[in-house]
Ligand binder design. Structure first.
Ligand SMILES: O=C(O)C(=O)C[C@]1(C(=O)O)C=C[C@@H](O)C=C1
Length: 257
């Protein structure tokens, strides 16, 4: 297709919302994959891990080392990605793609993965995983990481949502930014009906994607889900949407620097 001179503007409110909808699928599959394993407490227990030359739990070991490999392979060159342990990540060793400079440079300093990490282990996992131990600690940690990454990517995508909203109505945002009016910004960027639609769709997707599929119609079992669909809507209602909004406010506060 022919590129218009304005094709630097690849993001619109419709396109970022479409992207958020697609990211729901990734998060829900991530929930299904993590729910496949029981709680497996040894994955998170520093005393149990006893890894030579490493201080921390098995999940920290897997996340830190996987992030280091992915950093070398260029993952964090993409402004949509934010590491959980950004300190001391090795540089990329692969040729770099030139990503569109869409965000204000202040975006790079926003990383709320510490809050996401805490929410994930303290709030989400107890709702999602049945208690038990099946020994699959490494697999459990790997599934934790891919779900954490999907949630983090979704939440930090708020930077793009905020930039689009700012460009669409700078006259509304600028006075609030100058006044550092967090509450006013929060109100201006909120669309309650959109949030409700998101929550309902996520719950429906969780029920549909988590269904047992059988070829015999009689056997279709609406009750037997791979995880409780209300966990997905709670995740969005209590954490994903509020964190996405927090990222938007943080981004906007830096937008005129
Ligand atoms: O769609 C938007 O406008 C967003 O900012 C995203 C989002 C969300 O996290 O789903 C957050 C705030 C809005 O109130 C509605 C939805």
């Amino acid at each position: 297709a022919e590129q218009s001179p304005d094709s630097g503007n690849v993001y619109t409110l419709a396109s970022v919302r479409e992207d958020l909808v697609r990211q729901e699928d990734t998060i829900i599959y991530g929930l299904i994959e993590r729910a496949k394993f029981p709680s497996n407490p040894h994955t998170y227990d520093e005393e149990y891990a006893q890894i030579q030359g490493f201080c921390g739990s098995l999940v920290e070991f897997v996340v830190k080392n996987t992030e280091a490999i992915q950093a070398k392979a260029g993952r964090y060159k993409n402004p949509e990605e934010n590491a959980f342990f950004p300190e001391n990540l090795p540089p990329s060793i692969v040729p770099s793609y030139s990503f569109k400079q869409f965000l204000h440079p202040g975006a790079a300093s926003i990383n709320i993965n510490k809050s996401i990490w805490k929410m994930y282990f303290q709030e989400l996992l107890p709702l999602l995983a049945t208690s038990g131990d099946d020994g699959n600690y490494a697999q459990t940690a790997a599934n934790d990481l891919s779900l954490l990454q999907a949630i983090s990517r979704r939440i930090h995508y708020g930077k793009f949502v905020a930039e689009v909203k700012f460009r669409d109505a700078p006259q509304d945002y600028e006075p609030l930014i100058r006044a550092k009016d967090k509450e006013g910004l929060m109100k201006l960027l909120t669309f309650t009906s959109v949030e409700e639609t998101v929550r309902k769709r996520v719950e429906k997707k969780a029920a549909v994607f988590g269904q047992e599929v059988s070829l015999d119609n009689e056997d279709d079992d609406e009750e037997n889900h791979k995880f409780d669909p209300s966990v997905a809507s709670s995740l969005y209602k209590n954490w994903v949407i509020p964190f996405t909004k927090e990222v938007q406010v943080e981004y906007l506060l830096r937008r005129l620097d």
